[in-house]
Design a protein around this ligand. Structure first.
Ligand SMILES: O=C(O)CCC(=O)C(=O)O
Ligand SMILES: [Fe+2]
Length: 214
């Protein structure tokens, strides 16, 4: 019955905007298919933290390889232009201002996966982070820039939702408390995928070769 309730666009905190249903169904299917293709040729693995623990999500990097807590110089699959363009459109549609994404992190969550409260602070650029959700819904916790603790707001992110955080919220702590299994669109995906587009500010990214103009 949840789907009968309207889900309006909301400013969750200054500089943090949630746009429900930003991606239409064909676009969601296209993105899931792209994730499947990337996962066939790249690694989608549980990332090890410096303390030894493993994250419960599986992560694939495009553009630049990320490992806690930095972008490394190792080569990964390129970030396609169409995906960078989607990131630019997302920022134009929400906060305004500019972003030139050169990195995407693709996270896969099974029913039990979650992500603890953290800041995205490995980028040298102040550009916003663009987050796209696909498949099962989750409870996304968006907090404050000072501490992992309250105040925070819990937001249900569903398949097709856009969440952009920048400006005063760029360094806000956030995390995924839980996945809501079986809540995604039929036939799209079992589990949840989240794609974040970022501007690393490092100028190192592996971009697709530009075609010579003729
Ligand atoms: O899965 C999400 O919605 C958030 C992912 C995230 O915070 C990250 O990749 O840094
Ligand atoms: Fe994050």
């Amino acid at each position: 019955m949840d789907s009968l309730l309207p889900r309006p666009r909301a400013e969750i905190a200054p500089g943090a905007v949630h746009v429900p249903g930003w991606l239409d169904s064909p676009r969601q299917h296209q993105l899931v298919q792209a994730c499947r293709d990337w996962a066939r040729t790249g690694e989608m693995e549980r990332v090890r933290l410096p303390g030894g623990g493993l994250l419960s999500v599986r992560t694939l990097c495009l553009g630049l390889r990320w490992r806690p807590y930095r972008y490394t110089g190792e080569p990964v699959q390129p970030l396609p232009d169409w995906l960078a363009e989607l990131g630019r459109t997302a920022v134009a549609d929400t906060l305004g201002g500019s972003i030139d994404p050169d990195v995407a992190l693709v996270n896969f969550y099974d029913d039990a996966a979650k992500m603890g409260m953290h800041q995205d602070r490995d980028e040298r650029s102040a550009a916003p982070v663009v987050s796209l959700s696909l498949g099962d819904a989750c409870v996304f916790r968006f907090g404050n820039s000072q501490t992992r603790a309250r105040p925070w707001r819990d937001v249900r992110l569903e398949s097709g939702d856009l969440f952009v955080f920048g400006g005063p919220s760029r360094r806000a702590f956030h995390g995924v408390c839980r996945i809501l299994p079986g809540t995604g669109p039929q036939g799209l995906l079992k589990g949840r995928l989240n794609i974040t587009l970022r501007e690393s500010g490092q100028g190192l990214a592996h971009r697709p070769p530009r075609r010579a103009s003729t």
